[in-house]
Design a protein around this ligand. Sequence first.
Ligand SMILES: NC(=O)C1=CN([C@@H]2O[C@H](COP(=O)(O)OP(=O)(O)OC[C@H]3O[C@@H](n4cnc5c(N)ncnc54)[C@H](OP(=O)(O)O)[C@@H]3O)[C@@H](O)[C@H]2O)C=CC1
Ligand SMILES: CC(=O)N[C@@H](CCC(=O)OP(=O)(O)O)C(=O)O
Length: 349
Amino acid sequence: MSSKVKVAIIGSTGYGGVELIRLLASHPNAEVTSVVSSSSAGSSIAEGYPHLTDIRADTLDGVDAAAIRAKADVVFTATPAGVAAKLAPELLEKGLNVIDLSGDYRLRSAEVYREWYKKEPADARYLAEAVYGLAEIYGDRVRGARLISNPGCYPTATLLGLLPAVAEGYIDPATIIIDAKSGVSGAGRGASLGTHYSELNENFKAYKVNKHQHIPEIEQVLSDTAGRPVVTTFTTHLVPMTRGIMSTMYATVREGLKTADFIELYRRYYEGRRFVRVRPEGVLPATKEVWGSNYCDIGFAVDERTGRVTIVSVIDNLVKGAAGQAIQNLNLSMGWDETLGLNFIPAYP
Ligand SMILES: NC(=O)C1=CN([C@@H]2O[C@H](COP(=O)(O)OP(=O)(O)OC[C@H]3O[C@@H](n4cnc5c(N)ncnc54)[C@H](OP(=O)(O)O)[C@@H]3O)[C@@H](O)[C@H]2O)C=CC1
Ligand SMILES: CC(=O)N[C@@H](CCC(=O)OP(=O)(O)O)C(=O)O
C-alpha cells in the first residue's frame, strides 16, 4: 500500500485545480486520490480536460465531507470566493487539513472581507486559526497548521518584492505605488466579456482600480511588517497572455541607498529560499523567465535623480501564485523539504 499523503481537490475542474493535479502527479510524498466537482460528479475530468487523460483518480466525486475524508488526509479548496468559508469548518471537523486557494481566510477582519469581497465572511473562530501561507515569510507558522490560507497571486508577487525593503527601512512605506499586470488565466476558466478573445487580444486595460480585493491583503501584510498602518495605490491590468504576473513597484528610498544595496539585502533576506531569485544589477526579470515554475524573480533599479526605486517582481500566477505555493505550503505543513514536487525550471521559450 502507498505511504503517500492522500490529497483531495475541491474545485478540481478549475484552472487552479488542474494545475494542482499536474504538479502533484510528480510529488514524491503525496498523491491525488479524489478530484471533486460540485457540478459534474460521476463524469471523468478528462471530458473537460483531455490533457488529463489517464490520470490515476479521474472520476469526479461530489462535495461530501465524509466521503472526501474516507479518501484523503488533506484537501485543497480551489474554489471561488465564499465557498471555502462555508465548506472548510466541516472538512476540518472531519479531520482533514485544509489548504484554501481563495481569499476566504486571508483577511483577519471579517468586516474588511465583507467590504472588499462583497460576500459573507468565514466564521471568526476559523479566521483566527488560519495561517497565512506566504511561504518565504511565514513558513515557520505553516508547520503543523490545520488550515492554511494560500496568498493571492498579486499579493505573492508584490509582497515578496516589497517586504525586505519595508522590514529593513530601505523604503518609505507611505510612498509605495504598485502597478501590476496579469495574464488571463488569473481570472479562472469561466467565460466573461472581459476575458473574451476579441475584447482582450491586442488590447491592454486597467481594471478594478482602487477596488481590487487584493488591496486589503497587501496592506494587512505591509502594515504588520512596517509596524504601523500602511495604505497603498495598487492598480491591476489584464495582459493578452495566458500565464504570468508582473508587479512593478515604486517607492522613495532611504538616502544614499543604491541598486547594489537592494540586491545585497534581498539575497541575504531570502538566503536558502530556493524559489526567490534576485537578478544582478542592470537586469530586470520578465514573466517568461518563470513560466510554469514556482519561482518569484525580482530585480531593482534605484534612480538617484528621483530618489526612488523601481522593483520588478514576476511569478507564474497558477504556480507560485496558486497551486505551486499551495504545494509548498503542504510540504511545510508536513515538515518536508519545501521544494518537493516543485523542482523544475521554467519552460522557455
Ligand atoms: N487562477 C489563478 O491564477 C488564481 C486563482 N486563485 C483563486 O483560486 C480559486 C480558484 O481559481 P480558478 O481555479 O482560477 O477558478 P476557476 O473558475 O477556473 O475554477 C473554480 C472551480 O470551483 C468549482 N466550484 C464553483 N462553485 C463551487 C461550489 N459551490 N462548491 C465547490 N466547488 C465549486 C468549479 O468547479 P465545479 O463546477 O466542477 O465544482 C470551478 O471549476 C479562486 O478563489 C481564485 O480566486 C488564487 C490565485 C491565482
Ligand atoms: C486576471 C484576473 O482577473 N485576476 C483575478 C485574480 C483573482 C484571484 O486570484 O482572486 P483571489 O486571490 O481573491 O481568490 C482578479 O484580478 O480578480
